[in-house]
Design a protein around this ligand. Structure first.
Ligand code: NIG
Ligand code: FE
Length: 414
C-alpha cells in the first residue's frame, strides 16, 4: 500500500537527519518545504521533497492536498484521560470562590475522582476513555501518554492500567502508560503515608511488572501531597521494575522536585508553573525534558510556566494538555499551542517544536514520531486552507484540521 500526498502547500517540521529534541535558540527554527510531496508506504514515511521531484510511480492512492499544509501529528506527553465521570460541580465551586486546594482539602479533587473510578467497572471506564481518545485523535494528537492515579487502591490502579493497555492494543496511535499511584493520599491512609507508599511499592509495582502495564512512574511532588523524600523513594523503587520517572513538580510550590527528578534521570519534569533560578540551572546539562501544561494554568487561573526563561536559558521545552477532570478537562493540543504563544510568549515555531518532537522525546518516542523524517510513522495532520502555519496558534479556538492520518490511514472512528 503506497499513498502519495501531492501539492502540499507547506510540509512542516521536516528533519532529514534524525534529532532527539530541540532546545534554546534552535526551538525558533521550524524547517519546512513549500510546494511539497510526501509518500507513505505501509504506514511509514518513505519519501518526501519538493513537487519538482515528485515521483511518477503507480501509487495505490494519490491525494491532492492543494492549499493545505501537512504537519506531524501532535505528541501529547502528559494526560490522565482514563477517568470516570467529571468534576463539573467543583468547577462551579471554584467559580463561586473556592480554590483548587480548598476543594481538595474537603475531600474533593483527586479523591473525588478516585471514588467515582473505584465504583466504575473496567468496561465502563474503557468506554468513557475511548471516547476521549478518539476525540483527541480527531484534534490532531497522534501519540499520547496516559497516567493512572485516580484509582488509589490495588484493584483500581490496576483497573486503570489495564484500560490503558486495552487502548494501546485497540488504537493505531502510540500510547505510553505511566503509574501514578502516588497522586494523592487516600483517606484510609490519612495517618499512614508510609504505609500507602509501601503498598504501592510492595504490592502494586510487582503486579504492574508482571503484567507489563506501565512504561513510566510518576508522583505528585507538592506541598500537601508527596515530599521530595517520598519522591526519591518511589522513583528508586520504580527503577527496580524498569519504570522510568516522569513527574509532577513545581505546580503550586517549589520544594526541590526538579532536583529529585534530575537526580533520578527523569525523562521529564512536568508543570513547572513555579520555577526558581536554581530549578532552571539544575535542568542544564541534564537529559530531562521540562514540560509545560498551559491549559491547566488557564483552567485553574494559576501562573503559566515561564517558557521564556526556560528557553532563553538554552533549555528545551515540551507542551502537553494534562487532560484530566480536575485541572484541565480538555485534550486539545491546538488550544495548548495557542495558549503557549499568547500567554507564555512562545513563537509559533517554538510552540510547534514543543508540541511535536519535544513531546515525542518526553514519551521516549522521538525515533518514531514528532517530525517528517524517513522511516517514521506517517501520523500526519492535514490542515484546512490556511495562509501560514502561524495561523494555527493565531486563530485560537477554531478547528483548522481537515484530516488526521495515523500510520497512513485517515482516522475516522465516528
Ligand atoms: O496534573 N497535579 C496533579 N494532578 C493533576 C490534576 C489532578 C486533578 O485535579 O484531578 C494535574 O494537574
Ligand atoms: Fe497531570
Amino acid at each position: 500500500m503506497t499513498t502519495l500526498f501531492k501539492n502540499i502547500k507547506e510540509l512542516i517540521q521536516v528533519r532529514t537527519e534524525p534529532i532527539s529534541f530541540v532546545s534554546g535558540k534552535d526551538m525558533n527554527t521550524l524547517p519546512t518545504i513549500k510546494n511539497a510531496f510526501l509518500v507513505v508506504e505501509n504506514g511509514l514515511i518513505s519519501d518526501f521533497g519538493s513537487m519538482e521531484n515528485c515521483p511518477l510511480n503507480n501509487f495505490s492512492e494519490v491525494i491532492d492536498v492543494t492549499g493545505k499544509m501537512i504537519l506531524p501529528t501532535w505528541c501529547d506527553s502528559h494526560t490522565h484521560i482514563v477517568y470516570a465521570g467529571n468534576r463539573e460541580n467543583e468547577f462551579v465551586d471554584r467559580i463561586n470562590g473556592l480554590s483548587y486546594e480548598e476543594i481538595a482539602k474537603r475531600g474533593g479533587g483527586i479523591l473525588n475522582s478516585a471514588k467515582k473510578l473505584q465504583e466504575t467497572s473496567e468496561e465502563e471506564l474503557y468506554q468513557q476513555s475511548k471516547e476521549r481518545l478518539e476525540d483527541v485523535i480527531k484534534l490532531g494528537t497522534g501519540a499520547i501518554e496516559i497516567k493512572s492515579g485516580y484509582g488509589l487502591t490495588f484493584d483500581a490502579e490496576l483497573k486503570m492500567l489495564r484500560v490503558i493497555k486495552r487502548l494501546k492494543e485497540s488504537y493505531p496511535i502510540k500510547i505510553k502508560a505511566t503509574f501514578l499511584g502516588a497522586h494523592a493520599l487516600p483517606i484510609e491512609y490519612k495517618e499512614n503515608k508510609e504505609g500507602y507508599l509501601q503498598m504501592l511499592i510492595d504490592d502494586i509495582m510487582p503486579q504492574i511488572h508482571q503484567e507489563q502495564l506501565a512504561d513510566y512512574v510518576d508522583i505528585f511532588c507538592e506541598t500537601g501531597y508527596f515530599s521530595v523524600e517520598d519522591t526519591e523513594q518511589i522513583l528508586k523503587a520504580g527503577k527496580k521494575y524498569g519504570l522510568i520517572p516522569k513527574i509532577h513538580v513545581n505546580q503550586f510550590t517549589a520544594i526541590g522536585g526538579v532536583q529529585a527528578g534530575v537526580n533520578n534521570k527523569a525523562l521529564s519534569v512536568d508543570h513547572l508553573e513555579i520555577m526558581r533560578d536554581e530549578d532552571i540551572n539544575i535542568l542544564k546539562n541534564s537529559t530531562t525534558m521540562p514540560v509545560a501544561l498551559p491549559a491547566c494554568s488557564y483552567f485553574l487561573s494559576i501562573p503559566y510556566t515561564p517558557a521564556r526563561k526556560i528557553i532563553d536559558a538554552g533549555l528545551p521545552l515540551a507542551l502537553a494538555t494534562d487532560y484530566n477532570p480536575g485541572s484541565s478537562p480538555s485534550g486539545n493540543m491546538n488550544f495548548v499551542i495557542s495558549t503557549a504563544c499568547i500567554k507564555m510568549k512562545m513563537t509559533p515555531e517554538e510552540a510547534i517544536n514543543a508540541a511535536t518532537i519535544n513531546g515525542a522525546y518526553a514519551m521516549g518516542l522521538e525515533k518514531e514520531v514528532g517530525t517528517i523524517t524517513l522511516g517514521k510513522n506517517a501520523n500526519l495532520l492535514i490542515t484546512k486552507h490556511i495562509s501560514s502555519y502561524g495561523f494555527i496558534p493565531y486563530s485560537f479556538g477554531s478547528n483548522l484540521i481537515d484530516t488526521v492520518y495515523i500510520k497512513g490511514k485517515a482516522f475516522n472512528y465516528f
